[in-house]
Design a protein. Structure first.
Length: 141
């Protein structure tokens, strides 16, 4: 069995009104699978199971909303994927590019800054239409 890190993209959609911004969470989950194809299928199932409106109680910025699973953005085989993950195991990575060291420092300090996301992964196999929803459990921080 190998370990994979799956990046699940979940978008917030407000119910019954126009929307000009789309909050998105990229949830990263560990997946145990024998192959990349099996890991991808399990990741999609996890993402789909997180979609929905928590029985109608989900709110974002005080507005009735629903989580929409939009797809698996990337799947990364963990370093030491044949072993059980433990302290210090690299499970995934992101490649970013900044215009200056100040921009890097701003990013580390969670201050607004411009960043270029430079993933070199193939196009996801599961780009789902944003209308698909079922059930969700997440609440905004």
């Amino acid at each position: 069995m190998k370990w994979f890190a799956a990046h699940l993209v979940m978008a917030v959609h407000w119910k019954g009104e126009g929307q000009t911004r789309f909050p998105v969470w990229e949830n990263i989950v560990l997946v145990a699978a024998k192959s990349e194809n099996e890991a991808f299928a399990k990741a999609e199932a996890y993402g789909q199971s997180e979609a929905g409106d928590e029985g109608g109680s989900f709110r974002w910025d005080g507005k009735p909303a629903t989580w929409v699973f939009t797809g698996v953005r990337k799947l990364t085989e963990c370093v030491g994927a044949e072993d059980q993950p433990g302290d210090g195991t690299e499970i995934t990575f992101n490649e970013l590019e900044f215009a200056s060291l100040k921009a890097v420092a701003d990013f580390v300090a969670s201050r607004p800054t411009d960043v270029r996301y430079r993933d070199r992964f193939p196009t996801p196999r599961s780009a789902k239409p944003v209308e698909q929803t079922k059930r969700g459990k997440r609440k905004p921080a």
